[in-house]
Design a protein around this ligand. Sequence first.
Ligand SMILES: [Zn+2]
Length: 111
Amino acid sequence: MRFLRALFGAGAPPADEAIHLYVRCARCGTIVHVRVDPRNELLLEFDDGGMPAGYRLVKEVMDARCFRLMRAELVYDRSRRERERSIAGGAFATREEYERQQGAATPRSGA
Ligand SMILES: [Zn+2]
């Protein structure tokens, strides 16, 4: 992945911090965990002057129960701090809510 880092150049965000999204389907309530690789999925945006303004992430998510498509959109500043997030077709959930759902649906063995 060295070449990708080279493409981003100096001042690039840390390369190996995955972004974890948890979204709840508005129809069936299933919470889906999505792991986003920022190296591949963050889009660099530029301001009117042509300077890097920040990053945008657009992620389409489908739950495994009713297969409804949700569309999450997150905006980050140049330091990759989250500025805003929105989602169509669902709602953002927390990791705790997701893990609670996992525990209720499929008891894990050997954990
Ligand atoms: Zn659903």
